[in-house]
Design a protein around this ligand. Structure first.
Ligand code: ADQ
Length: 742
């Protein structure tokens, strides 16, 4: 069975240490539950920090911890106290966390913390390396380990790596502020599959990749020079049945068995049957909008005095990151605000806010979810927010109203909740009023839809979906590897070519024999390329055909005196060595005037773009434009031209950062066939990188050797990574042929 690694900052276990005993219990968190279901089907190992400072343990204790972790299929990454301060409390929670949640005012940039972040990510990579035997899949979690995918990929290029970010990915304008933005993005791109909670985070990530690194993006795939990275959104679910069933069980308990929380709530309700409990639960974190929520509640009490004696806000804040200054400040601010509101609105019998600063056992949490009529969840930013989902899952009779911030990822899937802007006090106050007054059948109707969705897309489904997407990526990689031009394949090709004495080489130009440049004129052939092509053409048994979308003039200038056949403008013109240009098919170009003004309009509105005129086509280039603007304008332009080109019997070719309009039915495949009719060859080799070269591959006989440059899907028989590999192959072919003639 294949082995599967799960990597997160913290291990999903609780370790309780006493003098002579160690107790390790699996944690009940959502992620651990989700992983449990998928780990059953494979032999899995969880790698992370145990939270324990092993330096303070005796040798015996250390052995006991290691042994106990082994029993739980977990391996500890040991962190020193300094590392915890600089990597965890420092870079992770003082730089990445505030920045990714749009709290720019809290972000600090400390070189020392950045160094520690790199070091600890490297430490994780080292522990992974020690445990790689038999591993084929690795799933890395969250913002503490953004550099890890690349570190692992470097050492284990064949491992399939998934990465999931549990917090938002911010808009490019914010992300670009980070001094180490490129390193972070590159680190993440070490993964083969990148997952986010929502499409917005995915979009922001893609935008950062495009703008910072300039990689091409094809819907949700990023084309790196050597690999494709797939990006998708997987909204995390919860263990629905666990919450729902616990709530059902809790209701059935006898008075004696009931939790204190539930007894307290019921007692209060008997005294004040008109009371509505409004529940607020989060880690005490500035992103969760607790202060805003309190101010909105205060506003509600002022604005709607008729409800003052009818509502109680149950505010539960879980202590979190108490070592970080902002969290300490926030705690004081919450204490103060609660005190002020209670001071102003309490009566002898009633306190408007019940405030708890502690964690709670699972059963009590579910009792609160189940009992409170309203949940008020108002984060300023939140990757997903599982509390919102847990609240709905615990509503066994379908009653209850969820008020949810539009800034939580969960709001994208929970539109049946009352969605609010967490900065709009008046809107939140109105939502509280609406929730109090909402008829029961409307509550049930809304919650039934929500519950169905949450039950279907639960944590298990989330985890299995991510992993099957990862498997698919792996299969695609294997498909790519299957076509990859290996040494053995190369030797076979060379042998096949040697056996023939009438060979033809169809070679595309840009991206195949040279790199791409912002200015197409800079892609001029260099001495090495001339020498390679000359050496092939020198052999009387070879015919070199350069087949390109380029214009006649440029090729004339570059190759006019060379003994090669030139086919340009995607197959409009042909020129055999020493002859004049001939048109392969008779064409008309009177349509150009009708199209030109549209293209010029786009040039005016898209800085950096320009129009190139070829004899029988017009091309709009946008390689030098802002990548996102260029892409949007390309989509608009295509849309605008669609009906026009159909009427004029033209077609639109979309190339690499170009849109070309030309006469219909002209393509490299047709041109190659015509040439082959006149000059049959018994061995054909064709190399190209663009999708326009697919016409060429499809038109060739089955025994032709076809090679695609790049990762994309292709009809070609083989794939190479880049133009440099093409040149290497040509060199080897030349050497092979010389070997034959010598
Ligand atoms: P968090 O910021 O921790 O998670 P959230 O998704 O709401 O936020 O998860 C909190 C968890 O803690 C819930 O499962 C809840 O049951 C539990 N919890 C809350 N209060 C508790 C209490 N008083 N006692 C005991 N348990 C309590 C990060 C991101 C989120 C993202 C998750 C998962 O910030 O946006 O949803 O990861 O990806």
């Amino acid at each position: 069975m294949s082995r599967f690694l799960i990597i997160s900052n913290r291990l999903p276990v609780q370790i309780n240490l006493s003098e002579d005993n160690i107790e390790v219990t699996p944690s009940v968190g959502g992620l651990a539950t989700g992983m449990m279901s998928v780990s059953k089907s494979s032999d899995s190992l969880w790698i992370g920090w145990s939270g324990i400072d092993k330096e303070k343990l005796s040798d015996d204790q250390r052995k006991m911890v290691n042994h106990a972790l082994k029993e739980e299929n977990a391996v500890d990454v040991h962190l020193t106290q300094d590392e915890v301060e600089l990597y965890y409390e420092g870079f992770s929670n003082k730089t990445i966390w505030p920045l990714f949640h749009y709290f720019n005012q809290f972000v600090i940039y400390e070189e020392e913390q950045w160094q520690a972040y790199q070091q600890v990510n490297q430490k994780f990579a080292d522990v992974i390396a020690e445990n790689m035997e038999g591993v084929d899949k690795i799933w890395i979690h969250d913002y503490h380990l953004l550099l890890l995918p690349q570190m692992v990929k470097k050492r284990f290029p064949d491992a399939t790596i998934g990465f999931f970010l549990h917090i938002p990915f911010p808009s490019y304008e914010l992300f670009r502020i980070l001094p180490w933005r490129n390193e972070i993005i590159r680190g993440m791109l070490g993964a083969d599959l990148l997952g986010f909670h929502t499409f917005d985070y995915e979009r922001h990530f893609m935008s950062a990749v495009r703008r910072l690194l300039g990689y091409d993006i094809n819907i949700n795939e990023i084309n790196l020079p050597r690999r494709i990275v797939k990006v998708d959104n997987f909204p995390m679910g919860i263990d629905y049945d666990k919450f729902h069933n616990m709530a059902l069980a809790s209701q059935k308990r006898s008075v004696r068995e009931k939790s204190e929380v539930r007894k307290e709530l019921e007692r209060y309700y008997l005294l004040y049957p008109e009371t509505k409990f409004i529940l607020s639960i989060d880690r005490l974190d500035y992103t969760k909008g607790i202060i805003n929520r309190l101010l909105a509640f205060e506003y509600f009490l002022k604005e709607y005095p008729e409800y003052r004696d009818k509502v109680t806000l149950v505010l539960l804040a879980v202590p979190s990151r108490i070592g970080v200054e902002q969290y300490q400040q926030m705690k004081s601010e919450v204490d103060e605000t609660v005190g002020r509101i209670n001071g102003e609105f309490s009566s002898i019998n009633r306190t408007p806010i019940w405030y708890f600063y502690r964690s709670m056992p699972f059963e009590n949490l579910v009792d609160l979810y189940n009992y409170c009529e309203i949940a008020l969840i108002t984060p300023i930013r939140d990757g997903m927010n599982l509390v919102a989902k847990e609240y709905i899952a615990s509503k066994t009779d379908g009653r209850g109203v969820l008020i949810l911030s539009e800034m939580a990822g969960a709001s994208k899937e929970m539109s049946e909740a009352l969605i609010i802007n967490p900065n709009n006090k008046a809107q939140i106050a109105q939502a509280i009023k609406k929730a109090i007054e909402m008829p029961l059948d409307e509550q049930i109707e809304r919650n039934t839809v929500l519950q169905k969705r949450l039950k279907r897309y639960d944590i298990e489904k989330w985890a299995t979906d991510f992993l099957s997407a990862l498997d698919k990526v792996r299969q695609n990689e294997q498909k790519y590897l299957a076509k990859k031009l290996t040494e053995a394949n190369k030797n076979r090709i060379i042998e096949e070519l040697k056996e023939s004495n009438n060979r033809i080489f169809f070679l595309d130009y840009d991206g195949t024999l040279t790199d791409f440049y912002d200015n197409p004129q800079h892609a001029k052939p260099d001495a090495e390329l001339y020498s390679l092509l000359d050496q092939i053409a020198e052999d009387p048994n070879n015919r070199v055909v350069l087949i390109s979308g380029r214009d006649r003039q440029t090729f004339e200038e570059w190759f006019g005196d060379k003994p090669y056949t030139l086919i340009v403008e995607h197959g409009v013109w042909i020129r055999s060595a020493g002859s004049d240009w001939e048109m392969i098919e008779q064409l008309d170009d009177t349509w150009k005037e009708k199209i030109r003004s549209s293209l010029e309009f786009y040039v005016d509105r898209t800085p950096g773009s320009f129009v190139e005129e070829k004899n029988y086509s017009l091309v709009w280039h946008y390689r030098k434009s802002d990548p996102e603007l260029g892409l949007n304008r390309a989509i608009e332009l295509k849309d605008e031209l669609t009906s026009l080109v159909a009427n004029l019997n033209l077609e639109i070719l979309e190339g690499n950062k170009v849109i070309e309009i030309k006469n219909r039915g002209i393509n490299k495949g047709r041109a190659a066939q015509k040439l082959l009719q006149l000059n049959p060859a018994d061995k054909i080799i064709a190399i190209g990188d663009d999708w326009t070269d697919e016409f060429l591959f499809s038109a060739l006989p089955p025994d032709a050797i076809s090679i695609k440059v790049g990762m994309a899907n292709t009809l070609a028989g083989y794939k190479v990574e880049n133009y440099e590999e093409v040149r290497d192959l040509l060199k080897e072919i030349i050497d092979g042929e010389q070997g034959l003639t010598d």
